[in-house]
Design a protein around this ligand. Structure first.
Ligand code: PYR
Length: 374
């Protein structure tokens, strides 16, 4: 059976591929069944991203399967935030598990290796948290429903300029990650376009624990604002050390920073962090409030935007499956490109490249909580 599944997978998304192989049926009384592979950052320093994402997916899964229009089986693999592990996990899901489509991986860095392979195999893939430049452009099978940094960062910087009359900025970024590098490029371009003076550009690496050298230099230059492109773990430690050194200016961060983990790790030091978000739990929208209360009931905590984007992504997949009427990879891909739903992120459709256009809301951390930056 394995050999025949591998042979089918080797056809590269040919029309005869079905993921209902296990029971020999893709549909059952009109109900389309599909195995969906999930590659998520579930262990290591960014595990809270994966926990939020898989929680959002599992809540959506219960609701979708209960409706009975489609029947989805999620097969979840941990990538640990690493390119090689993400690729191995995706290959297993595509070739051995013969999934119809993939959700994830979590980081743009991981998608940069998984995306080309999935596209080559003709396996539709949606990133729910991959915000770097160029992700959906990897190929026609690669989509995302996450707010790109190109939309998020300029919105945050505009707000900071408006609120703090910021004129001089320092930039700090991780130079060993696709997302943190891309976020930096966007920050630099936006700062230049808005006429901000860039006092210095400092770098760091994943897992770094001491930012004294970079922060001492930044403090001496006296910026009005610090633009920081980081994942939550490094970002929170940077803010903690900055506040301890007496740097009290606001920070602008990207999607990696848009996690309650920043407040968990940095405590009061996280106050003054500005991020743009596609979604927030306090939104006055009945769909959002229903999701928040169901999530809290199931998991005992409020969902973050990583959970919300994953939740909507599974609804997008369910709609595509229903419309495709089949779990064939190509039929699913074509239906996916055309999906229109109103989810908890609002009205959703992909653009011609499989990317999204969304209007971000800018948040700021005040007194230990994310609040809409009015
Ligand atoms: C990314 O890797 O794209 C994130 O936004 C975390």
């Amino acid at each position: 059976a394995l050999a025949s599944m591998l042979a089918l997978a080797a056809c590269g998304g040919g029309g005869e591929q079905t993921s209902g192989e296990a029971d020999g049926q893709a549909t059952d009384g009109g109900v389309v069944k599909a195995d969906i592979g999930v590659v998520s950052y579930l262990s290591g320093s960014g595990a809270a991203y994966g926990e939020a994402i898989t929680s959002g997916l599992e809540l959506a899964l219960e609701e979708i399967n209960a409706k009975g229009e489609v029947e989805i089986n999620l097969i979840i693999e941990d990538s640990a935030g690493k390119q090689d592990q993400a690729l191995t996990a995706a290959q297993k899901l595509m070739n051995s598990e013969n999934v119809t489509a993939l959700i994830g991986p979590t980081l743009s860095t991981e998608m940069n290796v998984v995306g080309p392979e999935a596209d080559l195999n003709g396996v539709p893939t949606i990133g729910t948290s991959t915000t770097a430049e160029g992700i959906p452009q990897i190929g026609e099978y690669i989509f995302r429903n996450s707010l790109p940094e190109a939309l998020a960062i300029p919105a945050s910087i505009d707000k900071a300029i408006e609120k703090y009359d910021a004129k001089k900025v320092a930039i700090l970024y991780g130079n060993d990650d696709v997302f943190t590098k891309s976020g930096f490029d966007t920050m630099k371009a936006a700062a230049e376009e808005k006429g901000l003076e860039i006092l210095t550009i400092e770098t760091f690496q994943k897992g770094q624990s001491d930012y004294n050298a970079q922060l001492t230099k930044i403090k001496g230059l006296n910026p009005d604002l610090i633009l920081a492109s980081a994942l939550y773990n490094e970002g929170a430690v940077i803010m903690d050390q900055a506040r301890k050194m007496g740097i009290d200016v606001p920070f602008v961060g990207g999607n990696g920073f848009n996690s309650p983990e920043v407040i968990e790790i940095a405590g009061d030091a996280a106050d003054g962090l500005i991020v743009a978000t596609p979604w927030y739990a306090e939104k006055d929208d009945p769909k959002v409030q229903e999701f928040v209360s169901k999530f809290e009931e199931k998991y005992g905590k409020k969902p973050d935007q990583f959970a919300a984007q994953a939740y909507d992504a599974l609804y997008i997949y369910a709609e595509a499956l229903k419309n495709a009427g089949s779990n064939d990879r190509d039929a699913f891909r074509d239906a996916l490109a055309e999906v229109k739903i109103t989810g908890i992120l609002g009205d959703f459709a992909f653009d011609a490249e499989g990317d999204v256009i969304m209007t971000p809301t800018v948040l700021v951390i005040e007194d230990g909580a994310f609040k809409v930056f009015e």
